[in-house]
Design a protein around this ligand. Structure first.
Ligand code: NAD
Length: 246
């Protein structure tokens, strides 16, 4: 019960890693404020959880939705201890073919929302001695073909994590990131690449040790968000079966 008496706002809680994190923190005693754009998936997350959660739908690509969600969370649950920035989308394309709207959407969901949610949450996290855990990606560390926008957004998440950690070094606020690679979720199952993808480049994307399960990411998340990680800030933990090391 590491999160008894604590409130955690978890984005992307309707599916995959966000769902596993929301359920894990709830199981460890947190009051979870679960956010997602998809209401029916969110309801499924709540149904399968050990304890009740507060669930809300929002399109986090709109900066106003980000600040409104934080305000609603604090109004409903009285405080904020953990911000889990997890919602994300993946779009692959030849860079020259990627529509501007598609590029903007990737950046808005994967990076801008992480910034605007952090911006709104920080005053509350300073008050509670709380922390932020951002979900980055191996794609924020290494190049991935046909994924320039996604890689740029995830590289941005890593630098957002480090610079927030440094800005608040003199406070109790901690900011960390997890960089998973292939994890069994909807994003991974629905990723579609250009049909004329170069097979040599495709072969370089696969690791040798298979996929991780979202619950493994949730286990690392709950450690980083807990008091046991009180000396960990500005860190980027890979959970990638050795992909970025090889
Ligand atoms: P997922 O598709 O299962 O979950 C993503 C969730 O984000 C979904 O529930 C979706 O509805 C929500 N979402 C998307 N757009 C939104 C918006 N505009 N507003 C609010 N919610 C929105 O995928 P996942 O793998 O669990 O993804 C979670 C995070 O993990 C993402 O940031 C992703 O980039 C990252 N990641 C995933 C993998 C992988 O292989 N699955 C690898 C590295 C990083």
């Amino acid at each position: 019960m590491r999160f008894a008496g604590k409130v955690a706002l978890i984005t992307g809680a309707g599916s995959g890693i966000g769902r596993a994190v929301a359920r894990r923190l709830a199981a460890e005693g947190a009051e979870v404020y679960a956010l997602d754009i998809d209401g029916s998936r969110l309801a499924e997350t709540v149904r399968g959880a050990d304890r009740p959660m507060t669930a809300r739908t929002a399109d986090l690509s709109d900066p106003d939705s980000c600040s409104a969600a934080v305000a609603d969370c604090v109004a409903a649950l009285g405080r904020l201890d953990v911000l889990g920035n997890i919602a994300g989308i993946y779009l692959a394309a030849h860079t020259v073919d990627m529509a501007r709207d598609a590029y903007r959407k990737v950046m808005a969901v994967n990076l801008d929302a992480y910034f605007f949610l952090a911006q709104a949450a920080i005053p509350h996290l300073l008050a509670s001695g709380g922390n932020i855990v951002n979900i980055a990606s191996n794609a924020g560390i290494q190049g991935v073909p046909y994924s320039a926008a996604y890689c740029a957004s995830k590289g941005g998440v890593i630098q957002l994590t480090r610079s927030l950690a440094v800005e608040f070094l003199k406070t109790a606020l901690r900011v960390n990131a997890i960089a998973p690679a292939g994890t069994n979720t909807n994003i991974a199952a629905s990723a579609s690449f250009p049909t004329d993808m170069d097979p040599d480049l495709a072969a370089r994307m696969a690791g040798l040790r298979g996929m991780a399960e979202p619950e493994e990411v949730a286990a690392l998340f709950s450690f980083l968000a807990s008091e046991e990680a009180r000396s960990v800030t500005g860190a980027v933990y890979t959970l990638d079966n050795g992909l970025t090391a090889s």
